[in-house]
Design a binder for this molecule. Sequence first.
Ligand code: ZN
Length: 277
Amino acid sequence: MNLAGLARHSGFIARNANAVTRNLGSQSSSNLSPSISRVSLFSTSTPLSCASHKSSSSDRETNRPGVQTDKYADGLRQNKDWAASTARDHPDLFPTLATGQKPQILWLGCSDSRCPETSMLGLQPGDVFVHRNIANIMHPGDLSSGAVIEYAVKHLQVKHVVVCGHTSCGGVAAAMGNKELGILDPWLLPLRQVRERNLALLESLSPDEAALKLVELNVRDGLSVVTQKSAVLNAIQERGLQVHGLVYDVGSGVLRELDIQETQDSLKTRLLAFKTN
Ligand SMILES: [Zn+2]
């Protein structure tokens, strides 16, 4: 699979590529709101028409069947309705969140736009502390995921750590292929190493079965990296922190739990090898 193929599979990459195209491309594009076209690529200010939106000829044009509306403008406009309805349904939520957070779950998942962890769990803001990257890969030396895990486990005292993969993962599909992908190649290296270690098994399966198997193996590999961290081992031993492996089916919205039972001997070996004080 080439980079274009990966981009098609990965909402994260495709969305950003499209955003650049929209901002740098033709100003007369029919699916481009005039207010958005004037916004700098790096602007963080709210376009005036998004803050107090009125129906325009441009909107009527983008509301035609088959014409995609601009989701950024839609989202900003809908935010006020969402904030109001959430405050109405859960009057204590925002005042409580304004004083701090106490999430029970640390979620380590894929950046894919189809995998919104809080929505798929039916939970609320403040429930899930999140780190997401392409193909939910846990690099042992990655400062970003390492800092998130340490903060969530040691300081927020989460009760559950979840590593979640998903079906139709663009990163997994890329690792199953042998195309050069630039900066994504070093990122996908752990996934390719999982592929290498399980090559005979993966090659005995159909392409779809092999991709799903690599998703599961990648989750298990991620959990192995997470549970080599001393902060996680301490929390498992001292306060019963639980770790979980999940696979999300983007075609049905259903989560499946992997059996990741570890023997006492295996845990003992892990503690001896990785736990520090
Ligand atoms: Zn993915």
